[in-house]
Design a protein around this ligand. Structure first.
Ligand code: NAD
Length: 257
């Protein structure tokens, strides 16, 4: 298995894309640390399921990515970090003159500042172990904008810029740092919106997906969490050793428009 013996930490991984990435890293043989801000039995059970399904060590560690000290503690508590995936993220949609300050602060903290803190804590560990891969989950909104998403777009552009900077700081070491920029991904959160939207617009599922949700995604298909996971695994292989400081779009052509 490609990643056997490597330890991976995936922030915000008790659902959606983070969980998909954790599963694909585990399938490739990596030991995984799952994370979110909750500490429920089901969070720990999720890690245990992944561990037994793929025959790797899998743990869940609670840490709130809105708090810098908890971001750094996550890396310390994990006790090893060869692969760091910064995925935790939230969204809020409002025009800038009505954007709630607390939502702005939370989005910037969780979606961007956490990436600074975890990378700062993980890099010395990677250097000591002589190998490292950092994969930051940005967004098509790290490369383009849409109205009403000022905080999210500022944070995701920040993540893309920070990834390039860290890539330059580690360019002569066996460490890479890249950002993946997904378009719309079919996560449980998105799936749950489909029935309501079908009712609201009196449309078929296919029409809602193509003409409402994926208006800006030329493929008219969602990206999947498995595709995001496999892209992350690829970035962790030797084939990707010279891929650093760049963005990989998994967006069905969105950013080609
Ligand atoms: P999701 O809501 O399913 O997952 C978000 C994860 O972050 C969850 O595990 C949640 O528990 C965790 N999280 C939230 N606040 C946290 C906090 N304070 N501390 C720790 N963890 C926290 O959403 P998703 O769609 O899987 O999104 C994952 C990432 O992918 C986000 O960064 C998002 O911006 C990005 N993204 C998603 C899409 C999409 O279409 N779904 C597209 C582009 C980028």
């Amino acid at each position: 298995m490609t990643l056997a013996g490597k330890s991976a930490i995936i922030t915000g991984s008790n659902s959606g894309i983070g969980l998909g990435i954790a599963r694909e890293l585990a399938r490739a043989g990596a030991d995984v640390v799952l994370n979110s801000f909750t500490d429920r039995d089901e969070d720990h059970a999720l890690a245990a399921e992944i561990g037994s399904e793929f025959g790797v060590s899998a743990r869940y560690i609670k840490a709130d990515m809105s708090k810098g000290d908890e971001c750094r503690d996550l890396i310390t508590q994990a006790g090893g970090c060869d692969i760091l995936v910064n995925n935790a993220g939230i969204q809020h949609v409002a025009p800038i003159d009505e954007f709630p300050v607390e939502k702005w602060d939370a989005i910037i903290a969780i979606n961007m500042n956490s990436t600074f803190h975890t990378m700062a804590a993980a890099l010395p560990v990677m250097r000591e172990r002589g190998w490292g891969r950092i994969v930051n989950i940005a967004s098509a909104h790290g490369l383009t904008a849409s109205p009403f998403k000022a905080a999210y777009i500022a944070a995701k552009h920040g993540v893309v810029g920070m990834s390039k900077t860290v890539a330059l700081e580690t360019a002569q070491e066996p460490i890479t740092c890249n950002a993946i920029c997904p378009g719309y991904v079919l996560t449980p959160l998105v799936e749950a919106q489909i029935p309501d939207t079908m009712r609201e617009y009196n449309m078929s599922r296919e029409d809602v997906v193509k003409n409402v949700m994926l208006t800006r995604q030329p493929s008219k298909e969602f990206a999947t969490v498995e595709q995001l996971g496999s892209t992350t695994v690829f970035l962790c292989t030797d084939a990707a050793a010279q891929i650093t400081g760049t963005t990989i779009s998994v967006d069905g052509g969105w950013t080609a428009l």
